[in-house]
Design a protein around this ligand. Structure first.
Ligand SMILES: Nc1ncnc2c1ncn2[C@@H]1O[C@H](COP(=O)(O)OP(=O)(O)OP(=O)(O)O)[C@@H](O)[C@H]1O
Ligand SMILES: [Mg+2]
Length: 157
């Protein structure tokens, strides 16, 4: 599978990239976000939400684990950090195969519940506000999605 790298140098740039991705998403798309604390997973999710037309402010769902927002499509935002190694099933399939788009932070903690096709988004800290964002599509749908996203000239590499 191909991988795609994008560099951003501010939270706004990360949000704008994610917003453009949000415009292209459809029901049952699943995005898994990986990266250290503060790498920008929730910031990226805020951009996705904007692209989906969500009006409410998206915050880290750490204390709820799953939060749902209404937009053009529903957005299911999960942060499974608190599940730790317990591998507890919170009815994930209802979200993954539901009406909306799912974004999962710390997704490797629920590896066994994830669909086989997903878009992996890995965020890495650079200096200051620099981030490297590596898109790793698994499955044809997500390869096409990345191609479409990055064919947009306004995204610099
Ligand atoms: N280029 C950038 N992209 C994204 N966030 C950035 C960037 N530069 C600085 N930041 C800042 O880094 C922080 C990222 O926090 P965020 O909550 O998005 O990270 P996270 O990966 O979700 O962390 P956690 O693991 O705690 O959930 C924010 O304060 C954001 O403003
Ligand atoms: Mg977060």
């Amino acid at each position: 599978m191909p991988i795609y790298e994008v560099k951003t140098s501010s939270p706004e740039e990360t949000m704008s990239l994610a917003e453009q991705l949000g415009h292209l998403l459809k029901a049952q798309d699943v995005l898994i976000l990986e990266g250290d604390l503060g790498a920008g997973k929730t910031t990226f999710t805020k951009g996705i939400a904007k692209g989906l037309g969500v009006k409410r402010v998206v915050n880290s769902p750490t204390f709820n684990i799953i939060k749902e927002y209404n937009g053009r499509l529903p957005l299911y935002h999960m942060d499974v950090y608190r599940l730790g190694e317990s591998e507890e099933d919170l009815g994930f399939d209802d979200y993954f195969y539901g009406e909306g788009v799912t974004v999962v932070e710390w997704a490797h903690l629920i590896q066994s519940y994830l669909p086989s096709a997903v878009l992996k988004v890995n965020l890495f800290h650079g200096g200051n506000e620099d981030r490297k964002i590596v898109l790793e599509p698994v499955g044809e749908r997500y390869i096409r999605l990345c191609e479409e996203l990055l064919s947009n000239e306004s995204i610099s590499n």
